[in-house]
Write a protein that binds this ligand. Structure first.
Ligand code: PEP
Ligand code: MG
Length: 877
């Protein structure tokens, strides 16, 4: 027909036309499973209903009548027949699931006469009246719009009158009384009882159509970005009723084809004897675990198990199946892809692959990158947590501790001084976003899971608890209260974005336990990936974590911190302050010896994998005392009449090194050229460590990387005048040698535009997209987030923060230019990326699209390595 299809006629894949729920019924029908016969009113009819100003389309009811005749022929029951009544459910269901957002009416067709037919059919007058009183309440609420309490109150009264606790215990008389009371409600309001089954059916269809546009359904679509292209309107399935409340050998239940919490491959679910669908959801009575069914009705269990597994095999996804048993006969009522815990999703993909149900590619594509991230967030150590102070909504996962601040500007100020803060607000606005970046977590006292705070926190990956209503915040005094407990600004609190709990003080967190499937899965991902994943790791701890997470080497080892370690900073300051190259070399020799120890440790952990060590990068002034403080000290000494010549010299030197734009100043290779001893000392430390490990039989792949290069001559000078002679010196001293690679960072615009020249003199290049983004936009990477970025995002000037996700039209395009130029002269040159973008899923997607295999690897911070492995694999397929 034009609007109506039978389950046998419909195409289960045309979900847009018949809706998800009906599609599942059609599929199960095709699979030969016992599905109650049904017909579908397509979404087209609902669309026309709205296009015609909420009027049923011409001819629709004629088709429905024909469809019902078809059901009558198939079942032998007849709508309105007092002897053998056909009863149907009228179900909503759009192309995508909108759980609980639209309406469904059950038991349509019941009235004072047909209830006896039903009683005869199920051989149970009590069961029939139970269905009848449910129908009246549901029809009254959904179709006639009568408040639910009007039906619940008499129900409670009847239970009290007969002294029973649970609904099925109400005696037949009680049910009959209830039916009369309900009919009186209808009469009071509408002057009639709506006992014509055809009228019931028509009104129910209209109610389903209407529920598509209910405020909650509209809100849900908006919140979940369900556009008309995705789901246009609801379809309506009219399905023959079966009765889980026919007797005690009847039941209704829900099963998952695997455990949705753990992924374990066993039927998981529950059922409720003598009940209809809503009773399970409503949680009025406690259902029985599905294992019990195996004991009580082994044949039904067997049939259920086989059916559920057959659907799973067909859909290649874990299924969430609703079923009903009527007097010992099983019926499948609905199936859908199960919502599972991320860990369970991952285990299931691995298991299904091993079982041969899905291909490796399907396994890899079936896990969302967010799931991997979620699995890695630290969790509250429950054994040490104590009682939470209060609870809110778990809005963005992860557990963190920080000092409470009640104002986004203060959050920025505090974080600049190195404090770890949690932004606490009643609610947040777009103007507060700089505070999110500055905070480790966000806590609000108002708003829900889709509030501004929740959405932004998830978007930028900050744990968040929102709507903790017990929290009373006073911005004026910078104090929050929960009952008698006071949180002052600066007090430590801990929030758990998994559970919504808020704790006073610092609660220890623990690393999540990762199942073996986690690692197995990522190994599968690697096996299809055309990209390698390395890690940005500066310390032995970083290196260990990176290895555990499967990094294939270090793509960026920043060496700056090696100069700041205790006992070294003073030495290094002397180097900077000395204008005698001989003295500088001597001091640096001592430093080289110390740094060698750091390299030994990290290299050993990364044995067998490439290790990319970047030579000194930051501006020198970062290692000197603070200028303002020095001025104060010198001035004070002078006013006291006791000038300090030592301090005066230091001040003069600090002043001489000061720069207006240090990030574009004397740093990186420019330091290497003006203070070649510094780079020489680093090369010496690196190669000595490598040779000592070689002596111990370790195999090392050392890559030395030079930062901030803009002109190929810079590289030539460093390579020929510093790196090579130093290497010769070290090799001679050790009486041994080692091969190593020399490369450059690509983080200035000019290096990208001259990449062909640069490629000729290096073995590898690695894009430093942090600096490159700074350079391409001329945005200061250290200031942008606190100043104008949030406004830019709010106004849509930029679609996203280019320091988080790579700018496709500018930065990625420039990378493409550089890569093409480099490969035109050296096709096999190794090219990677080591900016923060290397661990950002969206950036990996963009780069895979823009430069594809032009890149060999992504280097990500240690905790981003797993997600980078997955996304790189997904982008390889
Ligand atoms: C970069 O600029 O992208 C980079 C990796 O170097 P850093 O962040 O240390 O400047
Ligand atoms: Mg850089």
């Amino acid at each position: 027909g034009k609007y109506v299809l039978t389950f046998e006629e419909a195409d289960p894949d045309d979900v847009k036309l018949i809706g998800g729920k009906a599609s599942s019924l059609v599929l199960m029908t095709r699979l030969g499973l016992p599905v109650p016969p049904g017909i579908i009113i397509t979404t087209r009819a609902c669309r026309e209903y709205y296009d015609r100003g909420e009027k049923l389309p011409e001819g629709l009811m004629d088709e429905v009548i024909r469809g019902v005749k078809y059901l009558e022929e198939k079942t032998g029951y007849k709508l309105g027949d007092p002897d053998k009544p056909l009863l149907v459910s009228v179900r909503s269901g759009a192309a995508v699931s909108m759980p609980g957002m639209m309406d469904t009416v059950l038991n349509v067709g019941l009235n004072d006469k047909t209830v006896y037919g039903l009683a005869k059919r199920i051989n149970n007058e009590h069961g029939a009246y139970d269905a009848y009183r449910r129908f009246l309440a549901m029809f009254g609420r959904i179709v006639l719009g009568i408040p639910e309490e009007e039906f619940n109150k008499p129900l409670d009264e009847i239970k009290r009158k007969y002294g029973v606790k649970e609904d099925p215990e109400i005696p037949l008389e009680g049910l009959k009384e209830l039916v009369e009371i309900y009919k009186q409600i209808f009469i009071r309001r509408f002057g009639k009882v709506f006992d014509d089954p055809w009228e019931q059916l028509k009104l129910s269809i209209e109610a389903v159509f209407k529920s598509w546009n209910s405020p909650r359904a509209r809100f849900y679509r908006e919140a979940n970005k369900i556009t008309p292209e995705i789901a246009d309107c609801t379809a309506t399935a009219i399905v023959t009723m079966v009765f889980g409340n026919a007797d005690w050998r009847s039941a209704t239940g829900v099963v998952f084809s695997r455990d949705p919490a753990t992924g374990e491959n066993k039927l998981y679910g529950e059922y409720l004897p003598y009940a209809q669908g809503e009773d399970v959801v409503a949680g009025i009575r406690t259902p029985k675990p599905i294992e019990k069914l195996k004991e009580e009705m082994p044949e039904v269990y067997e049939q259920l198990y086989n059916g559920v597994k057959l659907i799973e095999k067909t859909k290649k996804e874990v299924q969430d199946v609703e079923f009903t048993i009527e007097k010992g006969k099983l019926w499948f009522l609905q199936t859908r892809n199960a919502k599972m815990n991320p860990l369970a999703v991952l285990k299931t993909r691995v298991d299904m692959y091993k079982e041969g149900m899905i291909t490796k590619e399907e396994a890899i594509m079936g896990v969302k990158p967010e799931y991997i991230l979620q699995m890695l967030y630290p969790r509250i150590d429950e054994s040490k947590a104590g009682k939470p102070l209060t609870k809110g909504i778990a809005a963005s996962p992860g557990a963190v501790s920080g000092q409470a601040v009640f104002d986004p500007d203060r959050a920025v100020e505090w974080s600049k001084t190195g404090k770890q803060v949690i932004l606490v607000r009643e609610e947040t606005k777009p103007d507060d976003v700089h505070g999110f970046y500055a905070s480790v977590g966000v806590l609000t006292s108002r708003g829900g899971a889709t509030s501004h705070a929740a959405v932004v926190a998830r978007a930028i990956g900050r744990p968040a608890v929102v709507g903790a209503e017990a929290l009373q915040i006073d911005y004026g005094t910078r104090i929050a209260r929960v009952g008698d407990t006071v949180i002052k600004e600066g007090d430590w609190i801990t929030i758990d974005g998994f559970t919504g709990s808020v704790y006073l003080g610092k609660v220890p967190t623990i690393e999540p336990k990762l199942p073996p499937e986690f690692f197995e899965f990522l190994d599968m991902a690697d096996s299809v990936s055309v990209f390698e994943i390395r890690a940005n790791a500066d310390t032995p701890d970083d290196a260990t974590i990176s290895r555990r997470f499967g990094a294939k080497g270090i793509g960026l080892l920043r060496t700056e911190r090696m100069f700041r370690a205790p006992g070294r900073l003073d030495l290094f300051r002397k180097v900077i302050l000395s204008d005698n190259p001989g003295e500088r070399r001597e001091l640096l020799d001592q430093l080289a010896e110390m740094m060698k120890k750091d390299f030994l440790e990290i290299f050993e952990i990364m044995e067998g994998y490439p290790i990319t060590v970047r030579l000194f990068d930051p501006p020198l002034h970062e290692f000197l005392p603070n200028f303002e403080e020095l001025v104060t000290e010198v001035t004070r000494a002078r006013t006291l009449g006791k000038p300090d010549p030592e301090k005066e010299r230091l001040l003069a030197r600090v002043k001489a090194l000061m720069e207006a734009n240090p990030m574009m100043g004397h740093r990186g290779v420019r330091v290497g050229i003006t203070y070649p001893e510094i780079y020489a000392a680093q090369v010496k430390a690196i190669l000595s460590a490598a040779l000592e490990l070689k002596r111990r039989g370790k195999h090392l792949e050392i890559q030395i990387m030079i930062p901030q290069v803009a002109e190929v001559r810079e590289l030539e000078i460093i390579i020929n005048n510093v790196v090579k002679p130093t290497a010769e010196e070290v090799f001679k001293a050790y009486g041994d040698s080692i091969e190593f690679k020399i490369g450059t960072m690509m983080e200035t615009v000019r290096s990208c535009l001259t990449a062909d020249k640069i490629a000729k003199v290096v073995d590898f290049m690695s894009f430093g997209t942090n600096d490159l983004t700074q350079a391409v936009f001329s945005f200061s990477r250290d200031d942008v987030e606190n100043k104008f970025m949030s406004k830019y995002l709010e106004l849509g000037v930029l679609p996203y923060d280019p320091f988080v996700t790579i700018d496709e039209e500018g930065v990625a395009k420039l990378m493409k230019v550089a890569i093409d130029a480099a490969r035109s002269v050296k096709p096999d040159i190794e090219i990677g990326i080591c900016g923060e973008h290397g661990g950002d899923p969206d950036s990996i997607k963009i780069l895979a699209k823009v430069v594809g295999r032009g890149l060999n690897y992504f280097s990500a911070s240690p905790y981003r390595v797993p997600v980078a492995r997955l996304v790189a694999a997904q982008e390889s397929l």
